[in-house]
Design a protein around this ligand. Structure first.
Ligand code: C2E
Ligand code: CA
Ligand code: CA
Length: 775
């Protein structure tokens, strides 16, 4: 690179030259615009040449355009010439001067003395020329000149004015030609373009009369150009819009001349010849034509696009399965709520069961049936929404629906009632129930509606299915407390604040402790020892349940091994979390813990409630099967309290049933409870019979009195667990307790128990079993 100065110097030197260059380019562009126009019939310009020559008393007159390499002659007088090379043409100098150029004697002028037109045969001596200036910007495109073969005095002021005046007239003429030609070219272009355009192109004059009507317009509207040219363009405007259309045209036509009209696009209905209307998109323009406003429109039929948009809008706002509004639409309704509003949120109970057992087709049928019933029950009181899955909502907006909690709760009640009758789905009778949460919002508070209704729904579900709850501020406080507890429980797990207590399981026949159930406790730093009821729900709600459950297995095994070393060979019962089955690592965890502590598989018994077993598919039950085959015990906890106890029996590879406490607590109380006694006894007999039939062990839970123990033993129950034998306590306590007093062995009535309990009698049980579930 050279130094900066050189570069700067070069730039400076270049600038004037560059400017001149630009000017010349622009000038040549102007010349080109006139060349074609000027060439057509030439007599006009010949006349200008002749008048100039005659007025100034010279033999030759010319009208020239000065091009890049040659000067073309467009008007001539006194000489036959078409073009002259630019280098020798006198007019090349005229376009470079501001005014007229006169050379009294060409032979005496250094610029021309050697010019072949001067020195040669032509022998020209005198030249006078005036530049032709483009009207728009004064660009000098050529010259009008006169030439003589004799020297004479320079043009005087009058002659100069004459020559310049004639030059201006010639230029006007040339400009007129150019613009006419340009207009014709534009017209031709427009005709061509619109003839082949697929859409309609229509033009009209100030009065709205059609001046252009292309083939596309003929196709779109059904009128031929012949029929409509010169007629009112309102033929394509539907009757109802004609007044507005005319007023619009009049407004535009009244604008001051020269006003710019920005183009705009509108969508309107347009009218066909056959009287049908259709949605159209119109790109409108207006411009000035000879002092009056003219109008143009390019028009497209947008029926197809409208239909697609309509469909998209519908899809965006509706649930395809039920045709109800969808969550997105509900969000819009909530966001757009101007006044008070109410929301009823509804969640089906047990829908997943239908889907799983009857298949998804039946599930869809059920959802449609639910939508139909809810729609009927809601009537015109609000908008029905399917939020997804088995969640529905009723939006009660507007002044009459929104502000009234009683009304909203009535809606919730009606919706739930509509679902109560059983439905016939896939040839089966299906019972659907639901729970509902209701929330109200004043103007501008709709944002919290969904969350509040959700909380109320959660509450309703907790309070028992088939009910609704109205959101109240206390719910939010409870929820906050729940979330705090959840966080605390997570913390407890990480800090190792959990410990296991053990409750003995005793043989009803021998009175000996044969096992111990491990029960989880939380040693809270401030609140002391907490039972599972206070922390299991939040633990199970979070992701840590699996890890805590695995720890329980490991710790239970460690304790069992420790006892064994002390000479106490107890079976340790461990409760499972649903999460442990879901995680799929159970088999591994159990095998590792047993191995680590050198325990036989029979030293461990996993306890499984129906809630844990239910909702697990067969793949998740399979590991239990394999553990069972290894010799690990599998007890069905809280037996008799679930809905599907008997069917769960079939699915799970059990070794033992644990009769739920609720069936034991009423035993042996006599008196008024005597009646229930009979019920409970019947159930206990049924369960023991069942267990015997299936080859399962039986443990009764909640044994608090010796009388209960005796009754249980008499009904063939093998083992008991309860306060009678000891509460859950730290592991050491179990070593310390003296063996409990032997329960008097009651006469065994195995045969009686069995005989009474036919399959038919067992099948008749579920009603009572269900009552147990509501405990
Ligand atoms: P569960 O498995 O049915 O455990 C028996 C519950 O009954 C224990 O309550 C026990 O203290 C109580 N109980 C025992 N005998 C009697 C009695 O004679 N009378 C009365 N009224 N109650 C008696 P706890 O320890 O509060 O445990 C409650 C539930 O928490 C357990 O019910 C079990 O479902 C769950 N749980 C406890 N520990 C664990 C654990 O480590 N893992 C899992 N997944 N669940 C656990
Ligand atoms: Ca248990
Ligand atoms: Ca239990």
């Amino acid at each position: 690179m050279s130094d900066d100065d050189a570069g700067a110097g070069q730039g400076l030197a270049c600038r004037p030259a560059a400017a001149a260059c630009d000017r010349e380019t622009e000038r040549l562009r102007a010349v080109a615009a006139y060349e074609v126009a000027a060439r057509m019939p030439e007599e006009d310009f010949d006349r200008f040449a002749a008048i100039a020559a005659e007025l100034l008393g010279l033999p030759i007159g010319l009208v020239n355009l000065v091009g890049e390499t040659e000067v073309t002659v467009h008007g001539r007088h006194g000489i036959e010439v078409g073009a002259v090379p630019r280098g020798i043409a006198f007019c090349s100098h005229t376009v470079e001067s501001d005014g007229a150029l006169t050379v009294p004697d060409l032979t005496l002028d250094r610029r021309f003395a050697a010019n072949p037109l001067v020195a040669g045969e032509a022998g020209f001596r005198f030249y006078a020329g005036a530049p032709l200036r483009r009207p728009r910007d004064g660009a000098r495109v050529g010259a009008l000149c006169v030439i003589g073969q004799r020297a004479r005095p320079a043009l005087d002021a009058r002659e100069t004015r004459l020559l310049e005046g004639l030059a201006a007239l010639a230029m006007d003429r040339m400009e007129l030609r150019r613009s006419e030609r340009a207009r014709r070219a534009a017209d031709a272009r427009f005709e061509r373009l619109t003839a082949n355009a697929p859409g309609a192109v229509i033009c009209a004059d100030t009065e709205g009369r059609v001046t252009h009507w292309n083939a596309g317009a003929e196709r779109l509207f059904g009128w031929t150009a012949e029929e409509v040219l010169g007629r009112d363009m309102a033929v394509i405007v539907p009757e109802t819009m004609r007044e507005a259309h005319r007023a619009g045209l009049a407004r535009m036509a009244a604008r001051p001349p020269g006003t710019e009209f920005p183009g705009r696009t509108v969508e309107l209905d347009a009218l066909r010849r056959d009287g049908r209307t259709f949605p159209a998109q119109l790109a409108l323009s207006a411009w000035w034509e000879e002092g009056a406003v003219a109008f143009g429109a390019s028009i497209h039929d947008i029926t197809g696009r409208r239909a697609a948009e309509e469909r998209l809008r519908y899809l965006a706002h509706h649930d395809p399965l039920t045709g109800l509004l969808n969550r997105a639409r509900l969000t819009e309704l909530i966001e757009g709520a101007g006044g008070p509003a109410a929301l009823v949120l509804l969640d089906l109970d047990g829908f997943k069961g239908v889907n799983d057992t009857l298949g998804h087709g039946a599930g869809d049928d059920l959802l449609r049936e639910v939508a139909r019933r809810l729609g009927g029950a809601l009537g015109g009181r609000g908008e029905l929404v399917r939020l997804g899955g088995d969640e529905f909502a009723a939006w009660l907006g507007g002044p009459e629906g929104g502000g009234d909690p009683e009304r909203a709760c009535a809606v919730a009640g009606d919706l739930l009632a509509a679902l109560a009758p059983p439905a016939a789905i896939a040839g089966r009778t299906v019972h659907v129930a639901a729970s509902a949460g209701v929330a109200m919002a004043g103007p501008g508070e709709a944002g919290r509606l969904l969350a509040n209704a959700d909380l109320a729904l959660y509450q309703a579900k907790g309070d028992g299915k088939g009910t609704w709850r109205l959101y109240g501020a206390a719910m939010r406080q409870e929820q906050d407390a729940r979330l705090r507890l959840e966080a605390e429980v997570r913390q407890a797990a990480l800090l190792g604040q959990f410990e296991l207590h053990y409750q003995p399981q005793v043989s009803l026949r021998t009175g000996r402790t044969v096992g111990a159930e491990a029960l989880l406790r939380w040693r809270h730093p401030e609140r002391g020892l907490l039972p599972p009821a206070l922390f299991l729900p939040p633990l199970e709600a979070g992701p840590l349940a699996g890890a805590v459950g695995d720890w329980v297995i490991e710790e239970g095994c460690r304790q069992a091994a420790a006892w064994r070393r002390e000479g106490l060979a107890l079976r340790v019962g461990v409760n499972l979390f649903a999460e442990q089955l879901r995680a799929g690592r159970l088999e591994e965890v159990v095998a590792e813990s047993l191995g680590r502590h050198g325990l036989p598989p029979s030293a461990l018994e996993l306890e499984l409630t129906e809630t844990v077993a239910l909702g697990q598919d067969d793949a998740r039950i399979a590991p239990l099967q394999r553990l069972r085959e290894r010799g690990v015990g599998l007890a069905f906890d809280d037996f008799g309290t679930g809905f599907a106890s008997l069917s769960t029996l079939k699915r799970c590879p059990l070794t033992r049933l644990k009769i739920d406490r609720s069936f034991v607590s009423g035993l042996g109380t006599g008196g008024e409870a005597g009646h229930r006694d009979g019920d409970d006894l019947a159930i206990i007999e049924a369960v023991t019979a069942l267990a015997r039939g299936l080859g399962l062990g039986v443990v009764a839970e909640g044994v608090e009195t010796a009388a209960q123990a005796a009754l249980l033993a008499a009904r063939g129950c093998h083992e008991g667990q309860g306060y009678l034998y000891g509460r859950a306590a730290p592991a050491d306590a179990l070593l310390a307790t003296p063996p409990p007093a032997r329960t008097a062995p009651a006469p065994r009535r195995i045969a009686d128990g069995l005989r009474g309990w036919t399959a038919a009698r067992i099948a008749a049980l579920p009603a009572r079993l269900r009552r147990g579930a509501r405990r």
